[in-house]
Ligand binder design. Structure first.
Ligand SMILES: [Zn+2]
Length: 110
């Protein structure tokens, strides 16, 4: 699936549950560990081709840092990659707790 297809899928689900027909603005939260090419989006979010539901929507991107937990030193840390080891004790792997997903966090609809 392309990123645009994923977004449309998320929007279609929300359109059904919330009963709207047109999205005017859209805020996406993209975790740094989500494997989504958010850099490309930052340059020109409007190039995401959305279907009629959100054809004229403005897309805003929010980044969410990756969050991990080290089971050895019981610390929650910012993780830049799934391959990161704990900076304190070198433990690997860390338990990923956040920043590994993409979600629609806010919508302005009609
Ligand atoms: Zn540790």
């Amino acid at each position: 699936m392309t990123l645009a297809e994923e977004i449309i899928l998320l929007l279609e689900q929300q359109a059904v549950t919330q009963g709207f027909t047109c999205v005017k603005q859209l805020w996406l939260e993209i975790g740094d560990l989500a494997g989504v090419d958010a850099e490309a989006l930052d340059f020109c979010p409007e190039t995401i081709k959305l279907d009629t539901l959100a054809a004229d929507a403005r897309v805003h991107i929010r980044h969410q840092p990756g969050q991990g937990h080290c089971p050895r030193c019981e610390q929650t840390l910012i993780v830049h990659s799934r391959l990161d080891a704990c900076p304190q004790c070198g433990h690997y792997p860390l338990q990923i707790q956040g920043g590994d997903a993409m979600r629609v966090c806010e919508l302005e609809v009609e």
